[in-house]
Every structure is written in structure tokens, then in C-alpha cells.
Design a binder for this molecule. Structure first.
Ligand code: HEM
Length: 411
């Protein structure tokens, strides 16, 4: 069914350039004012903005498949596809897998995020945060993305996965702009470079899992391999490798951006930061409100498995949906004065930044722990921290949002 003109997006915007990238929250109210999803010809997708409707999609995996969640927004350039074909073989295992297969793999991967594993991670997070914060200059300017919010989640996720510390610099060098490959519009040369890094990273994960298979260590990779060794039919080595590859991405840039966004929002109004300096007990609520107010994932994808009615429209089978999580988090029908950063907000935890339902983010507790620990250590060690007046710029992709740089004044 062709969408009617009234069901077409009422505004034109390019999600990969300014001004949308600088402030998508300026566009969201127009979409929230529509009674239902709107067809967006620019990317041949339907935009879903209202909290109630995004929530309904997340809770109905039968009619809204997650299969497209990681697909490139544009078909890869043939030269990049050729590079990938030389040795990039991840299976669909988590965020882009549906049904009982997803349930089986998720049941096993949950062990990696058990209360026991998370308790074991806390000192690792704190040690890494303290080291990075103490390495900042005593006075003058620092750039917190390069010096704190990018390296910290890398250290945490690589520790969780059991990558040896001596490999971290090499693995980090492959991280590059992987976000751009699936969620952006990189040109041919950038795609080829990213594809080369993806192959290197994938082959590293294969070698890591193969080595651990001989003697699984006390970390997440070891946890999964012990399950495999007890009964190989429950979880294959190829699935474990794919989970490890996916997690090293899922747990990295998302959290870098969440850290940067939250620090930015707390510092841009001094009274917010002073509230934390006065009472460290205020940190947890500030983290939850930070996740709502300036999410590091502003959009996620689904595809309809049949014709569906949503809001005031009927969407054909096989339609790709862009769930605007940032819009849903600022829906005035759900959140009073949604533009206000308010840690006392009673329903901040209703935000959809981590998704909802079967695919609810496995790393949500770990990501929030990382932000809380960084805020605690910044408050203890660098209470006079201030934002430098600056214009923020953002990576050109539809889903992952955080400033490329966050310049602060110390001392
Ligand atoms: C330690 C950091 C993180 C880890 C290890 C992690 C891991 C994961 C995993 C494994 C999934 C797939 C779950 C499944 O399919 O069953 C997932 C989904 C997701 N995560 Fe995370 N994540 C992290 C941080 C974040 C952050 C900071 C955000 C945004 C604020 C985020 C947003 C999401 C979203 C939107 C989904 C998809 C939910 C859905 O499809 O319903 N994640 N995450």
C-alpha cells in the first residue's frame, strides 16, 4: 500500500548533516505533533516518534522484526563489500535476531551481566576512571572525549571480554568509525578503511575465542565457552565469536556518548553540578535523567512482518521503521516539560533509550554504573570542572549521538 500524502513526513531533513545532527530535538516536536508514524521518502522509512507507539513496537516482536537493526543504511560500496568478503563472518546473534534463537542466545549471554560479574566490574571501572581523571592536567584545558569518555568504556568492555591488556591499543585502533558503516553515509574510501578495520577486529575475535577455548578464563568469553563445553549444542563457537564482536561495539561508543552527553548536561548549568557536589546521593537520579534527556542512542530500527495499524496509519508489510527514541523521550504526552533536565522527574526511567522488551539493552546497568562512577570520581577529584564555551559537532549517523569533543577547564 502506498502511503497517502497525509501520512508523509511533514518536513524535510537530512539526518547526516547539520542542522539535524546538531539538534535533532528541534525537529522532534513536529513529528510528535502527528497522530502516527509518517513515511519518510528520503530514506524510504517510516518515522515513529510518539512514546506510546515506539513502546508498542518494542513490545510486539512478532509484527515488528529486529532483523534490520544492524543493516547498513546504504548498500555498501562494492569495494568495501569485497574487503568484507575476505573474512568478516559475524552471525546474527542478538540485537538483529528474532524468535526462539534470540531467546536461546540471550539466555546464555545474560550470565555475563549477572550481579556477580557486575560486582566484579565495579573496581575495574573505578580504577580506570581514577587513572584517566588523575592523568588530566591540573589546570588549563582538557578534551574529555579523547582523555576520558572514549578510553574508559573501551577498558571496561575489553576487560569484561577478557581481551589481554597488551592488545587494547591495537583493538582500539580498529574501532575507527564503525558507527558510520551501518548508521551513516560514508563515502567509498571511508567504507573501505572501515571494512578493513572490521575484518581485522573480527579475525581478532575469532583468534581470541579459539585461544580461550583451550583454557577459558574468568571473564565473559570464558563464561560463554564453559556453557559451550558443557553442551556444544546450546551455543556454538561461531555464535560466541559473533556475540563477542557485537558486544565490543555495543559496549563502547554508546557509553562514550552517554558519558559525554551527561557530563555536558550537568556542567552546562552550574546548579546541576553543584547539586552533585553537595550530595553524591543525587548522582543515580542524574544518570537516569541523563539517559532520558540526551540519550546516546536517538534512533533504532525495525521492519514490519505484516500490515500493521499504528496511530492513524496502516503500514504495509516489509516497511522499515526508524524508531525515534530521542523523540519518544521528549514526548510531552509522557514527560512533563520534556526539555527540562530534571533529576527529580518521577518517571525518567520510562525513557526508551535502552529499548524495551525482548531486546532490552543487556548492558544498561553496566553503562549506568560507568557514568555514575565517573561522576563520583570527577566530583571528588575535579570539583571545579567547567565547560569551555564551544560549538559541539556530532558524528554523521542516524542512531548514535554524542559530541566529538568535550572541552573543559580544570583547576
Ligand atoms: C556497557 C555498555 C553496553 C552494552 C554491553 C550493551 C549491550 C547491548 C546488547 C547485547 C544488546 C542486544 C540485546 C538483545 O538483542 O537481546 C543491546 C541492545 C540495545 N542497547 Fe545496549 N549496550 C550498552 C550500552 C548501551 C547504551 C549506553 C545505550 C543507550 C543509552 C544502549 C542502547 C541499546 C538499544 C537501543 C538496544 C536495542 C534495544 C532493542 O532492540 O529493543 N546500549 N545493548
Amino acid at each position: 500500500m502506498e502511503p497517502t500524502s497525509t501520512a508523509t513526513c511533514p518536513i524535510h531533513f537530512d539526518p547526516f548533516t547539520s542542522p539535524y545532527l546538531d539538534d535533532p530535538y528541534a525537529v522532534f516536536p513536529t513529528l510528535l505533533a502527528e497522530a502516527g508514524p509518517r513515511y519518510w521518502p528520503e530514506l524510504d522509512m517510516w518515522l515513529v516518534a510518539r512514546h506510546e507507539q515506539v513502546d508498542a513496537v518494542f513490545k510486539d516482536p512478532e509484527r515488528f522484526s529486529a532483523a534490520v537493526a544492524q543493516d547498513p543504511m546504504q548498500a555498501p560500496h562494492p569495494d568495501a563489500a569485497a574487503v568484507l568478503s575476505t573474512g568478516f563472518r559475524p552471525l546474527k546473534t542478538m540485537s538483529n535476531l528474532d524468535g526462539p534463537e534470540h531467546t536461546r542466545i540471550r539466555r546464555h549471554t545474560q550470565v555475563g551481566f549477572s550481579p556477580r560479574r557486575l560486582r566484579a566490574m565495579e573496581p575495574i571501572v573505578r580504577r580506570a576512571a581514577v587513572e584517566l581523571i588523575d592523568a588530566l592536567p591540573a589546570t588549563g584545558e582538557a578534551e574529555l572525549v579523547a582523555q576520558l569518555t572514549h578510553p574508559l568504556p573501551a577498558t571496561v568492555i575489553f576487560s569484561l571480554l577478557g581481551f589481554p591488556a597488551e592488545d587494547w591499543a591495537m583493538v582500539k585502533s580498529w574501532c575507527g568509525d564503525r558507527m558510520a558503516f551501518s548508521w551513516g553515509r560514508p563515502d567509498r574510501d571511508a567504507q573501505v578503511q572501515i571494512a578493513q578495520d572490521m575484518v581485522s577486529y573480527w579475525q581478532y575475535c575469532e583468534a581470541h575465542v579459539a585461544a580461550q577455548l583451550l583454557d577459558p578464563g574468568d571473564h565473559f568469553t570464558g563464561d560463554l565457552l564453559r556453557i559451550h563445553l558443557a553442551d556444544p549444542s546450546t551455543l556454538s563457537v561461531a555464535e560466541i565469536t559473533s556475540v563477542i564482536y557485537g558486544l565490543s561495539f555495543a559496549g563502547h561508543e554508546t557509553t562514550t556518548n552517554l558519558l559525554s552527553n551527561t557530563i555536558r548536561r550537568l556542567l552546562e548549568d552550574r546548579s546541576r553540578w553543584e547539586a552533585i557536589l553537595a550530595d553524591r546521593g543525587a548522582i543515580d537520579a542524574a544518570v537516569v535523567e541523563g539517559v532520558r534527556h540526551d540519550s546516546s542512542v536517538v534512533a533504532w530500527r525495525r521492519i514490519t512482518t505484516c500490515e500493521v495499524a499504528l496511530g492513524d496509519v496502516t503500514i504495509p508489510a516489509g516497511s522499515r521503521l526508524l524508531l525515534l527514541l530521542g523523540a519518544a523521550n521528549h514526548d510531552p504526552a509522557r514527560f512533563t516539560e520534556p526539555e527540562r533536565f530534571d533529576p527529580a522527574r518521577p518517571n525518567a526511567a520510562d525513557a526508551l533509550s535502552f529499548g524495551w522488551g525482548k531486546h532490552y539493552c543487556l548492558g544498561a546497568t553496566l553503562a549506568k554504573l560507568e557514568v555514575a562512577v565517573v561522576l563520583e570520581e570527577l566530583a571528588a577529584r575535579r570539583p571545579s570542572l567547567r565547560l569551555v564555551p564551544q560549538t559541539f559537532s556530532f558524528n554523521p549517523n542516524v542512531s548514535f549521538r554524542g559530541p566529538k569533543q568535550l572541552r573543559v577547564e580544570l583547576g
